[in-house]
Design a protein around this ligand. Structure first.
Ligand SMILES: *Cc1c(COP(=O)(O)O)cnc(C)c1O
Length: 406
């Protein structure tokens, strides 16, 4: 593969020179994360700078990002509809692929209706401010994803943060403060992306019913992973019809790009009139829209990939625990190898990369709390038992050299 490096000599202004100090500060505190460039499709093995690595950090849970049927669906859609959506959804950007996908997502999620966005982040930024405003109150889980935090900020609603997985704390806060808002919203990640644990959505739903608060779950890491055929967390807990808003992404298990919210027909209808990314940012492209439709068809018809994903996850977790690593209390394929110290985590990641050809990216502050730095491993349906074995072996050797394990 040929890489073209186009470098142009330009003398930039000096008014942004302050960033040099900021970058130095990030480097000195072990928070400057190198960004690798892939030269191959997503898969269990990937090519970086001409060399093959075992890929342990993509969200491509089911391997659909490079699935032949999904690629074919994308190519066919491009042939038929072209490459660009051409406009925002509310003007001339809605095409029949969007409508077909919205019906598919609603059916897959057992919801009345759904609305397709250009990304999961945008789905949160766009939808939360439609649901609540300055007279309202949001009860938000402590470890919610950044896009939820930002969506709540954009809404101007009062924000009450409740403790991670702690429904007693949530109940106490609802009891004391529900009355402070006209409308109330409880919002939570379904699966927590850095720890892999699962929100107690059954209990949260009951609390929503008891205190007249809408319940909104972000299922980005639950889709394709939890529930029958990967329908997600609402299906996992058997809560169909009781959760008000389910939000998700097409960029993880579904392998492509885009996001959605699902809920009542009226709510989706109203969201189309009010949501700013829907009104002010161009629609999801035809190729991506068609590829997601195909991904869901594959998930509905066959759960072989889902089973393989879970087999690999169990193997990886059992093996890492056995050699003495702290892998937290994940209940899903997300496998955090918690090292703690930022610099040590970067060293481990670098050692795995340069000596053992394992691509396992470090996760440091501010993505996780200070002192909770980790390598987050993401097994997929594409890995072989051998890939997992080679990875665990490398973790054992590198961890001993760096005195992370005994
Ligand atoms: C990845 C993720 C998102 C953002 O989804 P994109 O489609 O990548 O924008 C939102 N919420 C959670 C919990 C996520 O993990």
């Amino acid at each position: 593969m040929v890489l073209y490096h186009l470098s142009v000599m330009v003398n930039m202004t000096q008014r942004t020179a302050w960033v040099k100090d900021e970058i130095r500060n990030l480097r000195e505190t072990g928070r400057y994360v190198p960004i690798r460039t892939l030269e191959s499709p997503q898969g269990a093995r990937i090519i970086i700078a001409g060399k093959e690595y075992i890929n342990m950090c993509s969200n491509n849970y089911l391997g659909l990002a490079n699935h032949p049927e999904v690629k074919k669906a994308t190519i066919d859609a491009v042939e038929k509809f072209g490459v660009g959506a051409g406009a925002v959804r509310s003007i001339a950007g809605t095409n029949s692929l969007h409508i077909r996908l919205e019906e598919k997502v609603a059916a897959f999620k057992h919801m009345e209706s759904s609305l397709v966005y250009q990304g999961g982040l945008l789905a949160n930024l766009g939808t939360i401010p439609v649901l609540v405003g300055k007279d309202d109150i949001v009860f938000s889980e402590e470890l919610n994803h950044a896009s939820i935090i930002d969506g709540v900020r954009l809404s101007s609603a009062t924000r009450i943060v409740y403790k991670h997985l702690d429904t007693e704390d949530l109940r106490a806060k609802l009891k004391n403060q529900r009355k402070d808002g006209k409308r109330a919203l409880i919002i939570t990640d379904g699966v927590f992306s850095m720890d892999g644990d699962i929100a107690p959505l059954d209990r949260i739903t009951e609390l929503g019913e008891e205190f007249d608060a809408m319940v909104y779950v972000d299922d980005a890491h639950g889709e394709g992973v939890l529930g029958k055929n990967g329908r997600g967390i609402v299906d996992h807990f058997g809560l169909a019809g009781r959760v008000d808003i389910e939000m998700g992404t097409f960029s993880k298990a579904m392998g492509t790009m885009g996001g959605f919210v699902a809920g009542s027909k009226d709510l989706m209808d109203y969201t189309k009139q009010r949501s700013r990314p829907f009104l002010f940012s161009s629609a999801l492209n035809p190729g991506d829209t068609a590829s997601v439709f195909k991904s869901i068809e594959i998930m509905e018809r066959d759960d072989t990939l889902l089973k393989k994903l879970w087999d690999n996850s169990r193997l990886l977790k059992d093996s890492l625990s056995k050699i003495g690593y702290n892998i937290g209390s994940s209940k899903t394929p997300i496998t955090p190898v918690i090292v703690g110290d930022e610099k040590k985590t970067l060293d481990l990641s670098n050692e795995l990369f340069s000596k053992y050809s394992i691509f396992a990216s470090p996760i440091v502050f501010p993505t996780v709390a200070k002192g909770m730095a980790r390598i987050r491993l993401m097994p997929s349906a594409l890995h072989s038992a051998n890939d997992i074995g080679v990875t665990v072996d490398a973790f054992e050797k590198a961890g001993k050299v760096l005195r992370i394990i005994q």
